[in-house]
Design a protein around this ligand. Structure first.
Ligand SMILES: NC(=O)c1ccc[n+]([C@@H]2O[C@H](COP(=O)([O-])OP(=O)(O)OC[C@H]3O[C@@H](n4cnc5c(N)ncnc54)[C@H](O)[C@@H]3O)[C@@H](O)[C@H]2O)c1
Length: 253
């Protein structure tokens, strides 16, 4: 018997936050493994550029500009997927923001707290809300919600981010239970420190706060942190049929 491990041929995979970082690396790998990928992100310029580069290598990928905070935008995203592909098999919710690192509670603007909760928690809820009717029709449906070690097993540089990722983890765990009898597997992924725009922006802010060299801080991050491609390999496994016995959350370096 021949089997192709981790094969995603023909699977329709939606990746939010797919314009950059972990989401973008995941999109590339899923396309390489045969998936038909849709990336959704606020950042249209980066999203279009990234999708065009992947298409130029022969991959099947579309970018749809989406704000995961908006019910209208997320609902329109799912309508487009239904219209073009007729189905959705896998959804990776990787869109995220980190605001207000090291700010004390009295310093953290309410708007920054609300924005972080809206993207990182409400965004995952809206994606689940509008994707579920499509996913329950698939015979291999998976949702991966990207949380973090921050707010799940340890503190965060940001009060808002820590709260939101604890919320994302709780939401994902509960969603898994709600959907388990509807043939949709839901898992949480908690990446460690990964070199992306989000993580680098925190290290730059720390260097500026402490009067250290920004270049040195970025170099140190590049040397010590993991790369998005490493996390992408874990996500591609998690959404594959090989992971059908996987329950709960996975943590990466
Ligand atoms: N990099 C790390 O060290 C790390 C660690 C743990 C968890 N994470 C999580 O991994 C996920 C991916 O982050 P990353 O590190 O690749 O960061 P990133 O900044 O490279 O990517 C995040 C993407 O989310 C998009 N986004 C932001 N707000 C959005 C919105 N309202 N609607 C749609 N898209 C939106 C951004 O445009 C960006 O493309 C995030 O959920 C993040 O919290 C990252």
């Amino acid at each position: 018997m021949t089997s192709v491990p981790l094969d995603l041929t023909g699977k329709v995979v939606l990746i939010t936050g797919g314009a950059n970082g972990i989401g973008e690396a995941t999109a590339k790998l899923c396309v390489e493994r045969g998936a038909v990928v849709v990336t959704a992100d606020m950042n249209a310029e980066a999203g279009e550029r990234s999708a065009a580069a992947i298409r130029a290598q022969g991959g099947q990928i579309d970018f749809i500009q989406t704000d995961v905070r908006s019910a209208e935008s997320v609902s329109a995203l799912m309508d487009s997927i239904k219209q073009k592909h007729g189905r959705l098999d896998k959804m990776v919710c990787a869109a995220g923001v980190l605001r207000g690192p090291w700010l004390q509670p009295e310093e953290l603007p309410l708007e920054e707290f609300e924005l972080t909760m809206d993207v990182n928690v409400k965004g995952s809820f809206l994606c689940a809300k509008y994707a579920t009717p499509l996913l329950v029709e698939s015979d291999s449906a998976v949702i991966i919600n990207v949380a973090s070690g921050a707010g799940v097993i340890g503190p965060s540089s940001s009060l808002a981010y820590g709260a939101s990722k604890g919320g994302a983890n709780g939401f994902s765990m509960t969603l898994a239970n709600h959907l388990k009898d509807r043939n949709v597997r839901v898992n949480t992924l908690c990446p460690g420190n990964i070199v992306t725009q989000m993580k680098l922006s925190v290290d730059v802010a720390a260097a500026q706060r402490d009067g250290r060299s920004v270049e040195d801080a970025m170099e140190k991050a590049r040397q010590n942190y993991g790369v998005p491609e490493g996390v992408a390999k874990i996500i591609a496994f998690m959404i594959s049929d090989e992971a059908d016995y996987l329950r709960g959350a996975l943590f990466t370096r």
